[in-house]
Design a protein. Structure first.
Length: 362
């Protein structure tokens, strides 16, 4: 195996601390041509589809990649903006704002962002951090609840990326933050701000991304972490159990997934003539196809068709200042030893520079 050449860097130059934010991914454009390679990369990940490889290869290449790209492209087109994919826009902004926020707080770090599938790739951004002088990198998958198919896959991507490096950086992972008090608080504030603007709804639906049921049976903690997030959020909002529902969206294929299904709960709440339904997706820190098209558009249509009243989607955390501040507090404890080392190294360099200056004057 050949290793990538190391970026040029002076050995007397202070090393830096980096943060890599990773989200799921997005095609480069809302077209079938762009969606096809994105879907192929996504659905070829054995973490995402746990079916015997040969069987799945035939299904994926013989059926799915010949039929689904055009349908998915139409969905992406419905949410695309002049500046591109909402997920890419928000994730890029989160990285930029987090670096600025932490720098202003006296914690100088280099923050990059990557997508697990599509662009920018995890490997390219790890190299960008190395080129910026980072020899320690905190990897932050932007999935509050751990799942093998999301966070676990992001970890795989990082491991694959550093295999090709001659001198890989020291890596740490933020595995999850489903019960972090700062995360729960900013979610609660988002709901309360919505209530101030629109009035309090009659029911709150918390919709999380779904995963196959067998993942729970095999020990994946995702189901439990989603319910813990929901419970903590409900407690913070003072909601009794009868005032909120937890459900799981984005079911794919015929296998059983985590229940209850969001689509079925929307139909149930619509048939019950719920006058004002508030919907939030606590597993998404940035709006994307699953929130903007599946929930805000399709979900609304399903609810109204079933006889429901007013449907109000509560946007994701995106790049709002309170979320960036909360994210900085979530990642900071994982950086403390590294930032102290960086401070010590900078102080040593400053002393050497002063000593060299005094020697020159003498």
């Amino acid at each position: 195996m050949s290793y990538l050449p190391e970026p040029a860097f002076r050995h007397d130059q202070a090393r830096r601390v980096g943060i890599l934010l990773i989200n799921l991914g997005t095609p480069d454009a809302p077209t079938a041509k762009a969606v096809r390679p994105y879907l192929k990369q996504f659905l070829s990940d054995p973490r995402v589809v746990e079916i015997p490889r040969l069987v799945w290869w035939l299904i994926l290449n013989g059926i799915i990649l010949n039929t689904r790209p055009a349908k998915s492209a139409a969905k992406y087109a419905s949410i695309w903006t002049r500046d591109g994919s909402p997920l890419a826009i928000h994730t890029r902004a989160q990285a930029k704002l987090l670096q600025g926020f932490m720098g202003d707080a006296g914690q100088p770090v280099v923050v990059e962002w990557a997508m697990r599938y599509g662009n920018p790739s995890v490997a390219s951004k790890i190299m960008a951090l190395k080129e910026a002088g980072c020899d320690r990198v905190l990897v932050v998958p932007l999935y509050p609840q751990y799942a093998a198919s999301s966070t676990g896959s992001a970890m795989d991507a990082v491991a694959d990326a550093i295999k090709s490096l001659r001198n890989p950086p020291e890596i740490r992972f933020l595995k999850h933050f489903h019960d972090a008090s700062d995360y729960i608080e900013v979610l609660a504030q988002r709901v309360e701000q919505h209530w101030v603007r629109e009035g309090r709804g009659d029911h709150l639906l918390m919709s999380f991304h779904g995963v196959p049921r067998f993942s729970l049976d095999k020990g994946d903690p995702y189901h439990c972490e989603c319910y813990k997030t929901a419970r903590l959020l409900a407690e913070r909002l003072g909601l009794p159990a009868s005032s909120y529902t937890v459900a799981f969206q984005s079911r794919f294929g015929k296998a059983e997934w985590l229940k209850p299904y969001t689509s079925e709960q929307l139909h149930k709440l619509g048939k019950a003539k719920t006058a004002k339904l508030d919907v939030i997706c606590p597993g998404f820190v940035a709006d994307c196809l699953e929130t903007l098209e599946e929930i805000a558009m399709e979900g609304k249509a399903d609810f109204l068709q079933a006889g429901g009243g007013e449907y109000r989607y509560i946007p994701a955390l995106n790049s709002e200042a309170d979320w960036i501040a909360a994210l900085s507090r979530i990642v900071t404890p994982h950086l403390h030893p590294w930032l102290q080392q960086a401070d010590d190294a900078a102080a040593l360099q400053a002393r050497k520079a002063r000593a060299a200056g005094l020697g020159a004057k003498a």
